[in-house]
Design a protein around this ligand. Structure first.
Ligand code: C2E
Ligand code: MG
Ligand code: MG
Length: 436
């Protein structure tokens, strides 16, 4: 059937004015025909390709650049997906495609290769380089399929999973996929963020992580990012990091932190890093960035930073989102001497599987179990259980959010090794360390 449809396309007037491929109505008409043709023995898969940050491209480079980007994506899609696939533009930043007799794995690999080429070889517009990141949602068309609306809904749910459930490039709708209905309403924040990155409007703060049996002594310092507003206010990263995640900017932000930390260590003549370790946080997107481990290892060599003095924090949420990738990332950096903490353990899935499988050196028990541990017996039991299991696996533990003396005493008593929290010190600018 697709062959007939493809030949019909040639004379089709319903083409998208910008890209010259089918427009939404025409593609959906083809989809409708495929769904209704119950006698057809072929297997069909419908996919949506969504350009990330497309609005940002229009805003930052103008609509002509946006149109150009759309054309590049349309062409690359046509090249990657073979002639048995019908492609159309179904939204501002969205393309749909119907693949005939292809396995999901084949389509997935074409999608990944397409995203790889567009994100690694930026398109050039007016002398400026624009990186394009594409997310894909795939859904099988089968006997259960009711109509176009259902297919579009499922493909969109898969796209949302690709965006927010751990950020793989391609997600297949699996019937259980729960759409995370978080819209990227953070565009203004994202534009601001890009401006701040360009102007270096960030500061590195640190917070000590102390030995609970000797709280005057810091074991290491966690790096915490702060933004500086145009009127000089210092702000916490929460909202910025949400916006950065929505627009794929976290790897840039994480690299900013790593670069500035290593430069600071070098400038402080490594005297502080010979006494202490420094921990930095990395985001989900950074874990999926195949170049990041290489970037960290090479930069440490260049700046003569001893990897044994650097610890990397990965949150439980990020670890679960892509365990295989996380494992590879950690293994490579551990070989070079870096250590790892599992951050916010208990905040979500609390599976001991991460402790078993992933080579974390330290488990940071989430602040939600600690902040009221002096009043909440259940949280005390949980924190003790996590500590015992971590010990059994030879891992150290940190209690986050220690806000008073009583909490410090309890966490020490249950055998937690290190503590972090306002009781010991609030985060402060890293520059104060060299002044001390
Ligand atoms: P996190 O890695 O779990 O960092 C600890 C957070 O707890 C910090 O918030 C810290 O200020 C706060 N905190 C520490 N002790 C206490 C306490 O006693 N009470 C209370 N209420 N809070 C305490 P902050 O700096 O706002 O950072 C929030 C999160 O943002 C961090 O959680 C981390 O996930 C993320 N983040 C911060 N800096 C970076 C960064 O450079 N890169 C990335 N990817 N994420 C970062
Ligand atoms: Mg952390
Ligand atoms: Mg934490």
């Amino acid at each position: 059937m697709l062959n007939t449809l493809n030949s019909a396309i040639k004379g089709d007037k319903n083409l998208d004015a910008v890209t010259g491929i089918l427009d939404r109505a025409s593609l959906l008409q083809k989809l409708d025909e495929v769904i209704k043709d119950k006698n057809n023995a072929s297997q069909y898969i419908f996919g949506i390709a969504n350009i990330e940050q497309f609005k940002l491209i229009n805003h930052s480079h103008g609509h002509k650049a946006g149109d150009y980007a759309l054309n590049v994506v349309a062409k690359t899609l046509s090249l990657e997906l073979d002639k048995n696939t019908i492609i159309g533009r179904i939204g501002n930043d969205e393309f749909g495609f119907i693949c005939k007799d292809k396995r999901i794995a084949q389509i997935q690999s074409s999608c990944e290769s397409l995203n790889f080429s567009l994100s690694h070889a930026p398109v050039t517009w007016d002398g400026k380089k624009i990186r394009l990141h594409i997310k894909f949602g795939l859904v099988k068309i089968d006997d259960e399929t009711q109509d176009c609306d259902q297919i579009l809904r499922h493909a969109n749910e898969a796209i949302y999973s690709a965006k927010y459930d751990g950020c793989p490039t391609v997600c297949e709708y699996d019937g259980n996929a729960t759409a995370i209905l978080r819209r990227s309403g953070n565009m203004e924040e994202a534009i601001k963020l890009q401006r701040w990155i360009a102007r270096d409007q960030f500061l590195l703060y640190v917070q000590p992580i102390v030995y609970l049996n000797n709280p005057k002594k810091a074991s290491h310092f966690e790096l915490l990012l702060r933004g500086k507003t145009d009127d000089g206010k210092i702000i916490s990263p929460g909202k910025l990091i949400d916006a950065a995640e929505d627009f794929n900017l976290t790897p840039m932000l994480d690299k900013w932190v790593i670069r500035n930390l290593f430069t600071w260590i070098k400038q402080s003549d490594n005297s502080l890093s010979s006494q202490y370790k420094f921990s930095f946080n990395i985001s989900a997107l950074s874990i999926n960035d195949n170049d990041l481990s290489h970037f960290i290892i090479e930069l440490a060599k260049k700046e003569k930073v001893n990897p044994r003095k650097i610890n990397i924090e990965i949150t439980e949420r990020v670890a679960i989102s892509n365990m295989k990738r996380c494992y590879d990332f950690m293994t490579e950096l551990k070989k070079a001497g870096f250590t790892f903490s599992l951050d916010d353990f208990g905040s979500g899935y609390s599976s001991f599987k991460y402790i078993q499988v992933l080579p974390f050196d330290v488990i940071k028990i989430d602040g939600s179990f600690i902040r009221d541990i002096d009043k909440n017996k259940q949280n005390q039991i949980i924190a003790k259980a996590v500590t015992d299991i971590a010990k059994a696996y030879g891992r150290k533990t940190v209690a986050e959010y220690i806000e008073n003396e009583k909490i410090a005493a309890i966490t020490s008593e249950i055998g937690i090794d290190y503590g972090q929290g306002y009781y010991f010190s609030k985060p402060f600018p890293i520059t104060k360390l060299s002044d001390a």
